[in-house]
Design a protein around this ligand. Sequence first.
Ligand code: CP
Ligand code: NVA
Length: 310
Amino acid sequence: MQKDFLSVRDLSVYEFGKMLDKAAEVKKRPDKFRKALKGKILAMIFQKPSLRTRMTFEAGMLRLGGEAIYLAPADIQMGSREGAADIGRNLERWIDGIMIRTFGHRIAVDLAANTGVPVINALTDLSHPCQAMADFLTLREHKGALSALKLAYVGDGNNVCHSLMLAAARGGTKMAVATPPGYEPNPEVAAWAREDGRDTGFELVLTNSPEEAVSGADAVYTDVWASMGQEAEKEARALVFAPYQVNAKLFARAKKDALFMHCLPAHRGEEVTAEVIDSPNSVVYDEAENRLHAQNAILIALMGRTNVHD
Ligand code: CP
Ligand code: NVA
């Protein structure tokens, strides 16, 4: 394992599978891991709001026998009061790991490069790797072998979409991404996914047609149309993305038993209708639960090297 978890790319195909196995084990046998991070402290830097990420990292550290300290945007004023590198050089003197949610991905990379303790990316504008780990754990629980599945992503080619592509590449999951023209995923990330998934059975289709993407899918995933930091574009985006709403008509093109997935928070009536997200096919709260288990596996792998017994 590398020191940090900044991207799904930090895991090889093998490590990706092992990490999901570990997450499943932590979920099934929590008592075995009650002291896995005893005495360890995680600093949590947040420059954007959060429900799931803060709760699951904080509860996760407590459940593993460690502790977490929340640093709100106004506390450290990263970037204006002090830069990421100096913050990292201070934090490493006091604590054992850092979790960061920020804007530019470069900030997380700078922090990781300038501190000796592990750094975990809890969402940047480029990626959301912890979310993708939880989502693929959820997919595997509900549908079995990842290499037999087709995942459709409909909406903005954003941070969540990027991390799902990199996870699909490792799982050998076929993926179809439908975005409006101009909102495609970052071509470099798509190229990485294709490169990483060349021996796993991964296939990637990029299209502007939601119908094409969803057709025959085992799971249909969407995310908000305007991410954190894009609030000023919200109204303009609502017009562009309207044809990409996941509603019952679109969802009916997927397999009959297809899953509906969303990282949350969701906006009913925008990217997804209430009918779909509140249907029996929806696994959005399983995804939210699995944030805890997937991240606990990551925390143990990065911070628990000295006291975890496999
Ligand atoms: N899915 C997710 O990361 O949720 P929060 O923004 O509430 O942490
Ligand atoms: N794409 C969303 C995900 C929120 C969990 C955002 O960045 O705001």
